[in-house]
Ligand binder design. Structure first.
Ligand code: FEO
Length: 172
């Protein structure tokens, strides 16, 4: 039997993944308008991944006889001052998601909800990968700077990462 506490916590996580998906979509849109096609491709892909994270939670919650709620999303921002601040925002957002997943794990332990605990392990690993990826990109951007010439390389680098073959993702 699913506890209301877990149901609420999973719905909060659904809202967070959904928000991330739309924020990264807005970022991709801005990059495309700025002529940063490689950055846009990377962020469009990342937006799709967040949607997959959301769907996986929706299907799990409905599958264990809970009621998933699809949230309304409002975006506070549609443009960014530069690519470095945009990537810093992505990194901060990922750290927030990681914290939220860890809290969800703690709640599942408290509630002795072992199947949710087991389900969440995938998210714990996924968040670690995402944080490492974004930090690595951000470190490179800090190293080569944010000027117009560096932008060419940043764009190329993100294009490369967007096209990099990925390990098989689990079905949402
Ligand atoms: Fe699904 Fe990157 O948080």
């Amino acid at each position: 039997m699913l506890s209301p506490v877990i149901e609420q916590a999973l719905n909060d996580q659904i809202a967070m993944e959904c928000k991330a998906s739309f924020v990264y979509l807005a970022m991709a849109n801005w990059c495309e308008q700025e002529g940063l096609g490689g950055c846009a491709e990377f962020l469009y892909e990342h937006s799709d991944e967040e949607r997959m994270h959301m769907l996986k939670l929706v299907k799990y919650l409905n599958g264990v006889d809970g009621k998933a709620i699809i949230p309304n999303v409002s975006l506070e921002q549609q443009s960014w001052s530069d690519i470095r601040s945009l990537l810093e925002e992505v990194y901060e957002h990922e750290k927030k998601v990681t914290k939220s997943i860890h809290e969800l794990v703690a709640v599942s332990q408290e509630q002795k909800d072992f199947r949710t605990l087991n389900f969440l392990q995938w998210y714990v690993d996924e968040q670690l990968e995402e944080e490492i990826l974004v930090k690595d990109i951000l470190d490179q951007v800090k190293l080569i700077g944010n000027g117009p010439q560096s932008l060419y390389y940043i764009n190329k680098e993100l294009e490369k990462r967007a096209n990099a073959p990925e390990e098989e993702e689990e079905e949402a």
